[in-house]
Ligand binder design. Structure first.
Ligand code: PMV
Length: 308
């Protein structure tokens, strides 16, 4: 039997990095999905056409590689040899949770192959194990959104789904690869060298996340934008933004966005903007060198799409 499953990418609206220290973060599942097809094979192999990958998964796959990531998944479910084909709408390495989406889609498909029903909580825990291949201590927010779908408030492993009206959001990709692992260590160094100052920044981000959730629920876009701007300034203080991200954020705000910020690990990857005039802001982001990704928030978490 061949199984195809998919899981959504995510966008962090508030609280990246602070969430690693047990603070609140707010994120939503996107309409962009990672699709994974699994079929029984004589030896395990991985195909990701977008990355020109098509090769066997060796027992000693390179640590930190995509092969090692999927091998971790195969081992977790004690899966017999499979061919893994990945086709992802979520840009890989763009800060939109591509690895968590691939992990959740893979695990959902693998569960179906083994005839076990993996619910969102179990998927989340297992996806976390796979994610560790890429960054040592992920907070778990990416996999939480991918597994559950919808809008999520996340704090110290506690996942709460909530509802809010659609947000007029734009995502701008700098085209520069982000480096979550490096930036997570950068914040750790700052935290260890000046704990009081860093803790104050993280606490302010925590308050912003909680206020941001309220603004989302109330559909108060003005407040939402203002909080995003403040969150971006604090992420800059943590040293995790980049000149490319800052340029796209300023271009969006100059063009009339109500607010904008980087999203995800930073150093590259994507920024987000909330705007009433989406076209003008979209043009400004493109003029500043960014690529605008068309997508909306989506409710569906990881799911099996077909079996044949
Ligand atoms: O770069 P992404 O999309 O994997 O997001 C990382 C979010 C961080 O808060 C920076 C790290 C984490 O584990 O939560």
């Amino acid at each position: 039997m061949t199984v195809q499953a998919s899981a959504p990418g995510k966008v962090i609206l508030f609280g990246e990095h602070a969430v690693v220290y047990g603070k609140h973060a707010i994120a939503g599942a996107l309409g962009l999905r990672a699709n994974v097809t699994l079929s029984p094979a004589r030896e395990s192999s991985l195909e990701i056409a977008d990355l020109e990958i098509d090769s066997p998964i060796a027992q000693d796959a390179n640590p930190g590689s995509l092969h090692c990531f999927f091998k971790a998944g195969i081992d977790l479910l004690d899966l017999p040899p499979v061919r893994i084909v990945v086709d992802s709408d979520v840009p890989i390495g763009g800060g939109l949770g591509s690895s968590a989406a691939m992990a959740c889609a893979f695990l959902k498909a693998a569960g179906a192959l083994k005839k076990i029903e993996l619910g969102p909580q179990e998927l989340w825990k297992k996806a976390q194990e796979m994610e560790k291949v890429f960054h040592g201590t992920p907070s778990g927010i990416d996999a939480a959104v991918s597994a559950h779908g919808g809008m999520i408030e996340f704090c110290a492993g506690k996942i709460s789904r909530f509802e809010c009206p659609e947000v007029p959001l734009l995502i701008g990709d700098t085209g520069v690869s982000k480096n979550t692992k490096q930036n997570v260590s950068r914040v750790r160094i700052l935290y260890d060298s000046d704990r009081q100052k860093t803790e104050a920044i993280l606490d302010e981000i925590d308050r912003i996340s909680l206020a941001g959730k309220q603004a989302l629920v109330r559909n108060d876009l003005k407040a939402l934008g203002k909080l995003m701007g403040r969150n971006h300034a604090l992420l800059k203080k943590l040293g995790v933004s980049s000149s490319e991200l800052d340029d796209l954020v300023s271009a969006a705000v100059k063009a009339g966005a109500l607010g904008a910020k980087m999203t995800g690990g930073g150093g590259g990857g994507c920024m987000i903007a909330v705007a009433q005039e989406l076209d003008a802001v979209s043009k400004a982001i493109e003029d500043a060198g960014g690529k605008v990704l068309e997508t909306k928030f989506a409710l569906a978490g990881a799911r099996v799409d077909s079996k044949y």
